[in-house]
Design a protein. Sequence first.
Length: 484
Amino acid sequence: MKTANFTPREIVSELDKYIIGQKDAKRAVAIALRNRWRRQNVPEELRDEIAPKNILMIGPTGVGKTEIARRLAKLSGAPFIKVEATKFTEVGYVGKDVESMVRELTETAINMVKEEEKLKVQSKAEELAEERLLDLLLPPKESPKETGLSPNQEVLEGMILAEEGISEQEAPDNLKEEPISQPKARSEAEEKTREKLREMLHQGKLKDRLVEFRPKPQTMMPMVEVVSAPSLEEVSSNIRDMFSGLFSQSSKRRKLKVPDALNLLIQEEASKLVDNENVHQTAIDLVEQSGIIFLDEIDKIAGKQGGSSNPDVSREGVQRDILPIVEGSNVHTKYGMVKTDHVLFIAAGAFHVSKPSDLIPELQGRFPIRVELSSLTEEDFLKILQEPANSLTKQYHALLKTEKVELDFAEDGLKEIAHFAAEVNSKTENIGARRLHTIMENVLDEISFEAPDKSGSSLKINAQYVRDKLSDVVKDEDLSRYIL
Ligand SMILES: Nc1ncnc2c1ncn2[C@@H]1O[C@H](COP(=O)(O)OP(=O)(O)OP(=O)(O)O)[C@@H](O)[C@H]1O
Ligand SMILES: [Mg+2]
């Protein structure tokens, strides 16, 4: 299975579309990502020796750490998850244990591989599903209890004779059980009817018709699995799976429109065609060879050693628990053992209060690549407003367009917003690009409220407008602490 093989330059330019500045961080993650690919092309003997160089991203709040991770996830084509270090508790305490991140990553990989495998069998599944749908619409005549035509068949055959689409009034529903084994020999006449029906299906003439059937329950978790589950969390999720399998999906009949039924049948057939054993093995390989875990907010578990209050003890415990996973260990998942030796870890944190050196030394050593993200300047803010494909200005423009209000940002207006953002950041707390969100909300407050009454109009946000809205608030430091 492939991982996307972008060159570092391509990765950086892809990240550039969404994140302004932060060159070093972009370079570091791009190299790390490329190294995964390089390693896979290295001769086997050496491959196992090459450990990933984990990255620690350090930078103030709101400058793009999480954003880089999020974009990277889309690019990597590898199993990728982002977890918050603060979510975990030390082993032995109630809460999420750190190994769950590996299980989560495996789950992601399973889904990826399954989707991929399903695509491969898609056309076969479509064929099979169509046959099943035709069986549902027109059950074979010699099914045990039946004599003659069912009302449903009569209607359909009448339709076919009349050669016309379905009228709007409700068509009688199919109440037949799905035949268990379909390939009974069909008579020539039946075959002909069936082909006619197939044609109507293809032409979309049956799209308003309802069929009723019983979707197959998902494959049930075997009992033993519960016993071997590694953690309480897993056990309860297994039990939940089991019960949902037992009660909700198994025996409910559902009435669906033909296109929806067809989709469901395709899903079912595709699942049947996919070899689960194979999926599990492929997914585990994928995790072991190219999985990436982004550990966000790592600074929050770097407790100061000095004050020996309780929370610190448990934070340090979490760090100690994380250690073997980063180092490389076996984690038990419900799909089998997963080795974490070659999983890449990218950790990020603001390190406002704590320093990287407050992490336990062993853990510091596991993150050899340090990149610092810089605080954002007024010029950066302007670019952030203008350039990214998902910029705030584009978002607000699109939002107000739904009210038929044409919102336009003049360049001097944006400059003014960037200026205010930088000023407030320097006077109060520096919250990075998040400041743009609060400022923008304030500038557009009135418009957002009144937009429905102004349908059809267009509005230009220029420097004067921004100043009118903000200058009072910004001047008063206390006020801006609350509002912006
Ligand atoms: N350099 C940047 N370019 C474009 N947008 C940015 C940049 N930095 C931050 N943003 C925007 O600001 C918001 C917050 O950024 P992000 O979530 O990445 O912060 P962070 O660095 O993870 O902060 P924290 O340490 O608080 O978690 C996001 O909406 C993001 O799009
Ligand atoms: Mg973040």
